[in-house]
Design a binder for this molecule. Structure first.
Ligand code: SF4
Length: 495
């Protein structure tokens, strides 16, 4: 599909007005809200409706693409943080937010707390600019001022809750200015449930744009030139060592690892589309899956986790890439004994419940179960998709209750019902109050390898260390008793 050129990618031909409109519609409208009347994560359902109906179709389409959970407001931080970080991590990419000042303050504070090293553009609004349409003109002017092809490949403009609900039509922004691509997305908290899914919103919009470019003519080759072997694109952010380990697993099949989506620069998008197959390691990347499939490439679910997961995944990838059976067997023979040995060395003799909003909860649970843990509950704030079906079936067959679009309330019920030795996820505070050791998913589970032999050993280490703290938790619980809870906030009573 992809015709690479060594020239700058802003040399491509201008497109027709019709193509511009069509593509802009794809990139800007691919998110939204099931309830257009909700103004924000703390807003009242009756506030802030889309008065002109500008975004109605986009919001309705997004409501179909984004099945909602039992709660209609995010239980994590602002979901737009996910797409914001994706843009901030990309080279030569500028980011502009349109939304309430308090939202933008929180997002930029958190982005810089997590090490963003560049400015975030902001187009403020007032009631007047919102209702008269002047806000759209302000955004357009800001983008025009920013579009310097010497500095940027792309500018990402994000509508937060109020502009999304009010119908500020980012799809009508120019598709490109001075050769700089303009990507407009709506990421309202009432429509995109988790910040994990917001990453897919932006990555999917970028893939859609890049696919349209590749279909029209030569595009830039990957840095370092095209990869000779057929590649496998990985969908979803993961610990940096995991793609390297996956690449080694693929070698005996004559395959190489392609880009990880979200990518770190624009031209990787073309290589991501130009794969032999894509692996939806994070199964909620449904927009990216759509783009890959539209480019004519197959997509496989699950991931190489544990012995059974790794074997099944290598078979799926091999078959999707038309690899001969003996080569698939060779790949399995190389890695599976090492995974098995790692699991046997570091067994987990504990009951663990897993919950989170990263989208990799089912994969973590698989590794834990293969390491000997009893996992009665797996909750994820992300939705069920075809790409998580195998993991769900595998877990259910081993007695785990799998809850998609899990709320914090559901996760807490699981803590009560199963009294685990270790709880993982947003229930940390709740579990610790009950003297149950608990681990944050993002800081302690996602921040280590999960695939292959490395994943098997690494997870056991952290879980067993946490479980060993149970007695200390009990001692502390007995000592502090009810101090700090309910009406007994008098610390002096602890003595
Ligand atoms: S943009 Fe984010 S912080 Fe602001 S109201 Fe929406 S979900 Fe809440």
């Amino acid at each position: 599909m992809t015709d690479y050129t060594a020239t700058r990618d802003d040399d491509r031909a201008a497109e027709t007005a019709e193509a511009v409109y069509d593509a802009a519609d794809v990139t800007s409208a691919d998110t939204g809200a099931p309830r257009a009347g909700v103004a924000g994560c703390h807003g009242h359902p009756e506030a802030g409706a889309d008065p002109a109906g500008e975004n109605t179709e986009a919001l309705a389409r997004a409501a179909r693409a984004l099945p909602q959970g039992p709660h209609d407001r995010p239980q994590t931080m602002c979901p737009a943080f996910g797409s914001l970080r994706v843009g901030l991590r990309m080279r030569r990419t500028a980011t502009v937010l349109s939304g309430s000042a308090c939202c933008v303050y929180g997002l930029s504070f958190t982005a810089h707390f997590y090490g963003a090293r560049r400015s975030i553009g902001y187009v403020p609004f007032s009631s007047e600019t919102l209702v008269t349409g002047a806000l759209f003109e302000d955004i357009k002017e800001a983008v025009q001022g920013l579009a310097d092809p010497e500095k940027y490949d792309a500018i990402v403009v994000t509508n937060l809750c109020v502009p999304s609900a009010s119908g500020v039509p980012l799809r009508l922004l120019p598709r490109e200015i001075n050769g700089v691509r303009i990507i407009g997305i709506d990421v309202p908290g009432f429509g995109v449930t988790t910040h994990a899914e917001a990453k897919d919103v932006l990555a999917g919009a970028m893939l859609a744009y890049a696919r349209a470019e590749a279909e029209q003519g030569p595009v830039m080759a990957p840095r370092g030139g095209p990869i000779e072997k057929p590649t496998v694109t990985l969908l979803g952010e993961m610990f940096p060592a995991d793609p390297v380990g996956i690449g080694q697993m693929l070698e005996p099949m004559g395959l190489a690892i392609g880009p990880v989506v979200p990518t770190r620069e624009w031209r990787e998008l073309y290589a991501a589309l130009d794969c032999a197959a894509a692996a939806a390691i994070h199964p909620f990347y449904t927009r990216c899956v759509h783009e890959i499939q539209t480019a004519g490439r197959p997509v496989v679910g699950s991931a190489p986790v544990g012995v059974e997961g790794t074997a099944a995944w290598l078979e799926s990838v091999g078959q999707a890439c038309n690899v001969a059976t003996d080569k698939i067997d060779a790949a399995k023979a190389r890695v599976l004994p090492a995974v098995k040995a790692a699991l046997e060395r570091t067994s987990i003799p504990h009951r663990v419940i897993v919950s989170g909003y990263e989208g990799s909860e089912l994969l973590v649970a698989r590794v834990l179960i293969e390491a000997g843990a009893d996992v009665p509950y797996v909750g994820t704030a992300t939705p069920r998709t075809p790409w998580s079906a195998d993991d769900e079936a595998w877990l259910r067959a081993r007695g785990a209750h799998v809850e998609f679009r899990a709320s914090l309330e559901k996760d807490k019920q699981a803590v009560d019902a199963f009294s685990p030795d270790v709880a993982i996820g947003p229930v940390v505070q709740y579990a610790k109050q009950k003297a149950i050791p608990a681990l944050y998913f993002t800081n302690l589970i996602s921040a280590r390898p999960m695939m292959g032999p490395a994943g098997a050993g690494s997870l056991a280490q952290v879980i067993n260390a946490a479980a060993a703290n149970r007695e200390r938790f009990r001692t502390m619980h007995a000592f502090f008793s009810t101090v700090g809870g309910g009406r007994s906030i008098d610390v002096g009573r602890a003595g």
